[in-house]
Ligand binder design. Structure first.
Ligand code: ZN
Length: 121
């Protein structure tokens, strides 16, 4: 495993179109891209990204408004890489990848983390 990681770390020295691949990888980096039209399906976006990055998993972020789940223009990306790519090519356009920051649940009653107010106490 260490050897495989060393190869991935060398990726900057490799041609741009050469993507190192670790079989049975144990590494995952999570990023997000913004401003992606909700009309694009995950399948379409996955195909567009896989032209440059293999084995990427995508997830659209939804937000809750009243009791409805609404699609946002943010896409979460799971890369099977040791470092998050700075950019991906999406439909031929370089798109900046931002590190994904986990939403931490905060209680609105006691302001502690890790539970919701309904479960407080
Ligand atoms: Zn609480």
């Amino acid at each position: 495993m260490e050897e495989a990681n060393a190869i991935v770390d060398l990726q900057t020295a490799l041609p741009n179109d050469w993507i190192p691949y670790i079989p049975n990888f144990k590494v995952l980096k999570i990023g997000q891209i913004f401003g992606i039209d909700t009309e694009y399906s995950i399948e379409t976006l996955k195909e567009a990204i896989e032209a440059t990055y293999r084995d990427v998993e995508l997830e659209r972020i939804y937000r809750k408004e009243k009791d409805e789940l609404l699609a946002t223009s943010t896409i979460k990306l799971y890369f099977k890489l040791t470092t998050l790519p700075e950019r991906i090519k999406l439909f031929g356009v370089a798109t900046k990848v931002y590190p994904y920051v986990f939403n931490v649940l905060q209680c609105k009653k006691c302001y502690r983390y890790g539970h919701a107010a309904v479960n407080c106490g």
